[in-house]
Design a protein around this ligand. Sequence first.
Ligand SMILES: C[S@@+](CC[C@H](N)C(=O)[O-])C[C@H]1O[C@@H](n2cnc3c(N)ncnc32)[C@H](O)[C@@H]1O
Length: 169
Amino acid sequence: MSDYWDYSKADKKFNDRVKELTSMIGKMDCEKNTIIEVGIWKGTSSIAFSKHFKKVYSLDIVKSAIDNLNSKNIQNIEAILRDDKTCDIFDDESIDVLYIDGDHSKEGVMTDLKELYPKIKKEGYISGHDYEGNNLNVKKAVIEFFGREPDILVKSKTCKGCSNFIYKK
Ligand SMILES: C[S@@+](CC[C@H](N)C(=O)[O-])C[C@H]1O[C@@H](n2cnc3c(N)ncnc32)[C@H](O)[C@@H]1O
């Protein structure tokens, strides 16, 4: 097990984010084989997901985020530098959970949903961060896409307006 799971060695923000994501995953009553996450940054969510899923596909458009995550040598994470064709590598209805935390513009979230929603299994989950943040871009995008409010909201411990949304497919 990685040192990242020794909470005494990590900072409070890291620990709070991991706890928040652990709580979110606990609300998903699906298989936990595979997750695609959009947006790696320092890798906190990737690390949190690697504890609960057999395989984590972590996408980012910035190479340094990929290199940093790879340097942690977490065996069940595959960090992928995203381009226009990346989402095509996943088969339709093959992935248990999607987590969106990349481009927070309304158009960016819509693109993620259009490209990756088909990849999620029936009875799987579509989730993401910053529901009420970023001028409500994320909220506007997901409500337009799904035509309803999220099934579940998980409050963020790390910042106001950063709730995690969850929709069951
Ligand atoms: C808020 S950070 C992600 C934080 C991370 N999910 C966590 O909780 O630890 C956003 C990341 O999304 C990346 N990003 C921006 N646009 C993206 C896109 N279209 N696809 C994938 N990643 C993107 C940025 O490079 C940045 O690393």
